[in-house]
Every structure is written in structure tokens, then in C-alpha cells.
Design a binder for this molecule. Sequence first.
Ligand code: CTP
Length: 130
Amino acid sequence: MKRILTFGTFDVFHYGHLKILERAANHADELIVGVSSDALNYKKKGRNPVFSEKERMDIISSLNFVDDVFLEESLELKREYILKHKADCLIMGCDWAGKFDEFNDICEVMYLPRTPDISTTEIIEKIKTL
Ligand code: CTP
């Protein structure tokens, strides 16, 4: 049994989100997703998400290859979340490569490729210009 944990805001759910979660699920028997809270997203990105934390968690929960979803309330709690959810592996997008290696003492840490040319920020900017 391999339990994998991954994190993200997943606002304005798009193809890159779908693909990273599918890729993570391909390595997992159980996939658990920490969805960043509205407050954490504001802290990280300086804007409120378009979709609320409840809406974003509902969207991620509806994916049939996601087994569990929880609210990520602080970037500093990654170690606690890994231990609490008994994760064997932490998966992050390769934009974070090397940044989470400190957790190698409690689980495997993997970085998966991102889908090129798409992001929530770019989608929001594109829509603004229409
Ligand atoms: N992701 C991906 N490919 C993309 C965009 C995101 O694989 N083109 C992955 C990220 O690496 C992360 C997860 O999706 O593991 C959630 O990322 P998030 O930051 O919520 O999405 P972005 O589209 O990158 O959002 P933003 O533009 O606000 O930074």
C-alpha cells in the first residue's frame, strides 16, 4: 500500500491540475490531496482564489482517483500533515524541485513534471483581456 500526499490551491481547475493529480495517482494506491485554504492562498499569491476552499475541495473530492482531501492551512505544517496522514510519499510539481527534500527522513519525496503553458494565473489574465 503506497499512500501519496500532494498539495496545491487548484483554483480555476484546469488541465495541468488534472494531469498532475493523474500522474500522482499512477504512483499511488491511495492519493490524498491537501488543498490550500483561502487564507493560505492569499498569503502565498496575494489574491483571494476565484473559487472558495469549500468549492475547490469539492471539485478535487469528486475525482475518482482521489481518496481523501483535507484543508492545508499552513505551509509550515507539511511535516505534521505527512505524519498525520501516514503518507509514504510526498509528490510536488517540478517547480518545487529540491525544496521539500528535508522530508526524506519520514517519506519518499518526488517531483513530477508540470504541464507546459497553462496556469491559473494565466487563465485569469487571459479572461480579463476578453
Ligand atoms: N501544475 C501542473 N501543471 C501546470 C500547473 C500546475 O502540474 N501547468 C501543478 C502544480 O505543480 C501543483 C498543482 O498543479 O502540483 C497545483 O498547482 P497550483 O499552484 O494550484 O496551480 P497553478 O496553475 O500553478 O496556479 P497559479 O498560476 O496560481 O500559481
